[in-house]
Design a binder for this molecule. Sequence first.
Ligand SMILES: [Zn+2]
Length: 355
Amino acid sequence: MRLWKLMVPVALCLALAGCFERIVEPADVFGNIRQGGNYSPASKMIDDWYAVETIDIQTFAINEPRSSQYNPPYLIVGDTQAIMFDAGSGERPAGSQSMREVAERYTDKPITLILSHFHYDHIYDAAKFEGVTLIDRPEIRANIRGGTYTISALESVDAEMPPLKVAAVIADGDVIDLGGRRLDVLNLPGHTTESVVLLDRVSNQVFTGDFIYQHLGGIIAFSPASDLQAYKANSTRLLQLTNADTLFFGAHGIPRFGRGWLILMDSELGKIVMGKPEYRYVAHYLAPGIPWRVQQNGSMYIYTTPLVDPPLFWSKWTVMVLAGLCTITLYLLYRVVFPLVVPARQKRSGTKPGY
Ligand SMILES: [Zn+2]
């Protein structure tokens, strides 16, 4: 691609982004925690890239402090097997350890990989595991071919991934027995349709992926598979399944937050779905150039699509409306602006129109 072809859309996006308020910059996403720092004093660097926090003797957050995404995948261990919940941001340097190699330093049990969802910043080392256990949804089952599943570009919001061997399919409500430790599997659409949350009722821990996390980057409900109605219904469901003492572990930012954060998100989502949001339009650093709507209450930001909700925004109707607007604009340029510019040039050069 010629450089100018890339520069024109980038310049347009940046110009458009400049028109909207930027309420969160990447540099202040984590407050005092700067890129390269650790999430918590309990998180220790184990090499140049990873920092591991021992949550308890059977639970580990494997952080990537130097990644822009600040995601902590979790290793959840039982007496006979372990779960790796997510597979890395994809920003680790060449030659560094894979998420699987790091996980194997903390358990000798067989590791099953479960992805919290399919976005690019959670799946990088997925193919390094023996196979992946997928959530049982019709669209996922329909795309398992020859025992493999390929995460599409639309699902990853990036490039198509190499095919992953499917180890198993688990349904919402299933219980995974790790030997002396059981995890309830929840499929909670909202951020994405395939979003998985794991609940350990005995330890009173819940691993939430991107369904909810705590940092100033905000909750993302603008991706192609986001659904605000489902988000609200499922946040209420998660509230009902947890209690005041439950510890939450999200897939970005500082692991470990309390239920109050979920209560706040549920309340703000409630305003959105009841038709009483207090939206304003802002830029978001993850996708500059598009004026996202944000619902804000204190440090809780929920970002969603402009004008209409995500399913409609990402549908063919938006493409058709944009195509229509472009056609009208080009027509007006041709009929109104072009006749004004061309005679003026002809006048300057002294040429007369031919007949
Ligand atoms: Zn995500």
